[in-house]
Design a protein around this ligand. Structure first.
Ligand SMILES: [Zn+2]
Length: 314
């Protein structure tokens, strides 16, 4: 979205009451998602913003005031879900079990957690976190460089780590960034749903279709085997932009999962089993009311102006 579109959306959203923006027939269900909630400022997580505990609680209270919390299975029903929300959390970080779940339980909010099997039990680290940690360590030595940080750069990142004496195995043992399988099982026992988020979080646009399907199948099989979820759920890593209809149709035909998710914000989808989620961490410094008003306004403008004109608002 360019600056002008963002400015226009902000101003229109500011003068439109929240209830007006969120009422009306057939609005898509609200699916806010996060990665973590923490009061700590950790350099290896600098690739995205995240709320502190107070901000997260403010978000939750706001959502609960205007929307009804629903479980994952409710999304597959054909009811009108425009005044409902289902929360989810990606990447399986330790805070999901230690900070987020206790607060959700206290407030009676169901949620889904999407995990990467390769990272469970702190066996490996997401390449973006590796890049952020290396950058921070170099910065501390007054070396400022911009690292390539995609899945394709993983070998280079590992080489760099070795050169600066960073041993990932030791680092993982010390920091313990991820949940253990035991903690994930406890989440399930507590009534939360667990889904897959690929084996090790690659950028899908770098993979061919067959490899994309392999990532989905293998990670879903792992989750099915270890956690036997009632509903098989999958969240695309980063984004589902560019994922072909063929991949969606194959997953559906082979019953690889029951439901899948992207991260495109409030948006209607072409497949009844695929949903878009709203990144709540984006512009976390703003109140939940302002963030959601702007998102609903953007959705409504796109609907109103139609696909052709709406391209300008992207
Ligand atoms: Zn992710």
């Amino acid at each position: 979205m360019n600056d002008f579109s963002q400015q226009l959306i902000s101003e229109l959203a500011a003068i439109t009451p929240f209830n007006l923006l969120t009422s009306g027939r057939k609005l898509p269900v609200l699916l806010p998602f996060y990665h973590l909630v923490s009061n700590e400022d950790l350099p290896w997580r600098s690739n995205y913003d995240y709320p502190n505990l107070k901000q997260f609680e403010t978000d939750l209270d706001f959502l609960l005031k205007y929307f009804k919390p629903i479980g994952l299975g409710d999304l597959l029903k054909k009811d009108d879900l425009s005044k409902c929300f289902h929360l989810s959390f990606d990447d399986g970080l330790r805070e999901c079990s230690e900070v987020i779940a206790p607060m959700l339980k206290r407030k009676g909010v169901p949620a889904s957690f999407f995990i990467n099997p390769s990272f469970v039990d702190n066996r490996d680290l997401f390449h973006r976190y590796k890049a952020s940690e290396i950058t921070a360590l170099l910065k501390a030595k007054n070396i400022h460089i911009k690292l390539q940080r995609t899945y394709a750069d993983l070998a280079t990142l590992d080489e760099m780590a070795e050169e600066i004496g960073l041993n990932w195995e030791e680092w993982l043992q010390e920091k313990q960034p991820y949940m253990t399988l035991e903690q994930i099982r406890t989440l399930k026992i507590d009534g939360f749903t667990i889904g897959s988020h690929t084996m090790d979080h690659p950028e899908f646009e770098l993979l061919d279709e067959e490899t994309q399907l392999e990532e989905i199948r293998e990670s879903m099989e792992w989750v099915n085997e270890k956690l036997s979820p009632e509903i098989k759920a999958f969240a695309f890593p980063f984004t589902d932009v560019g994922v072909s209809d063929e991949v969606f149709e194959t997953c559906h035909r082979e019953n690889v999962y029951d439901i899948s998710f992207g991260t495109a914000g409030i948006k209607k989808e072409r497949f009844p089993f695929h949903f878009q989620r709203f990144p709540m961490e984006h512009r976390i410094e703003l109140s939940p009311k302002i963030r959601l008003k702007q998102e609903y306004m953007a959705y409504r403008l796109k609907q109103l102006l139609g696909k052709h004109v709406a391209r300008r608002f992207k």
